[in-house]
Design a binder for this molecule. Sequence first.
Ligand code: GLY
Length: 571
Amino acid sequence: MHKSFLVGWLLLVIGSFNTSAVWSQNSNSAYSYTATKEITATKGAVVSAHPLASQVGLEILKKGGNAVDAAIATQWALAVVYPGAGNIGGGGFMVARLANDKRIALDYREMAPGKAHKDMYLDAAGNAVGEKSLNGHLSGGVPGTVAGLFAAHQYARLPMRVLIQPAIDLAGHGFKISANEAHGLNNNRDDFKKYSTRPTAFVKATEWKAGDTLVQKELAQTLLRIRDEGEKGFYQGKTAQLIVDEMQRGKGLISLEDLKNYKAKFRTPIEFDYRGYHVISMPMPSSGGLLLNQLLKMIEPFNIGAMGFETPASVQLMTEAERRAYADRAKYMGDEDFVKVPVNELRSDSYLKERMKDYVPGKAGNSTLVKPGNIPGYESEETTHLSVLDNEGNAVAVTTTLNNSYGSRTVIGDAGFILNDEMDDFSAKPGSPNLYGAVGGKANAIQAGKRMLSAMTPTVVLKNNNPFLVVGTPGGTTIPTSVFQTIVDIIDFNMTPNDAVNKPKFHHQWLPDRIDIEAGFPDTTAKKLEDMGYKLYTRKQIGRTEVIKVLPNGKMNVVADHRGDDAAAGW
Ligand code: GLY
């Protein structure tokens, strides 16, 4: 990390703590930064989608905060410096294993508004209309992020006003945007104008370019209200009224009552052992932890380590596990507060063994033949992940999202933040694919107050009951398979975290029946898979995985994905 950046940033953070509105001050720190992709740390580390956000987290650790403090501050900062996915207008999940062995799975997923109903995205002919569930006011669920960060705060050490202040400063002073951000804002310019009813900081007269300053005064004011009034600064009072005014101008559904009633919920994490390691991940309403459990346990009986990384044999085995797990997702998974999900049955050893019975090495499976399993008596890709580990042993994995890139592209007028388009993660019509091509069934049908099924998989892996990996990624339905692949790469193929993160990834999700591969996937393996009968599809990048691995000497190997502006910070 650039030295002048560090010094400037520290001054800004320290200077901000005692002030109320500080963006009239000047600082160079947010204008001079670089993305460090890999570091070794001893005292603590943060890895996230943006260098400024990772740096905020690190400074909080240095000020005596623990990993939860750092995760909260990093998320507030991401809401400013990474508007495409960092958010206060979306939702997310936090999985943590604290030094005292407490395990946390915090659900702050968006919720369907009170006026939402099963058929709200169907046209007169009964067909799902993606335009409505993906874009604009009607696509937004009730945001959960602010409630989630306040719920997590009981495990933090520093006051919330300290954790949120760097974000307020970044929003009010502005910061230098990267080439990726300039590209994203320019690409979405017309959509911001189309789906917002008020002028927004994200649209200016000329095209954005790398190095331009993005100032978000309205967002700074919203964050100040949250700092001064707590959760109520978002879910009640002026901010809530601004959200509802925006809904009324754009025919959205979120009401004052929906906002007031929103609650983050603590869930019981999904936990299981894999080859002597212990995995802790997110339960419903994310499918991520259960899918990861199914995937790892389906391949555990096989000696995949001997097959080797991205050989035809290992890719085929993992693909066939993915096919079966995603078929189960489509039928059984949804918000457990509304539907019964047979979690224990779906992850039982006998069920998973049975599921793999028709797997034939060397021959492609077929998604028309491989149906969801039989449980008797049952009915943006722009997400972002951050991993934090401190020297006390607190490990925190957070994945948070607006769904699509820049969510609904509806910016809440005079409040300066983007509303999610998470309603598209519901199954608008059984069998009809969503943004990620994933199909769903009744278990994930829209219902007022229900949380839409997610694939986010923030995960902590323990070895001998100590933190070993803190891992997660964005990527919609590719999230569980990327976390799966990363864990297998590190545990079974003995790969470095850098290789596990950055080598090409692959993905299968039952339907469509094909293996998605990233550019750079080995040609020889691709050819052999085609010979077995698989269809392959080369697609744009899969995920942006952030990993912290604890090395045998106790140091932390911290890796930020090279696919974006992601950056590691530590000390
Ligand atoms: N919107 C992506 C997910 O929640 O899985």
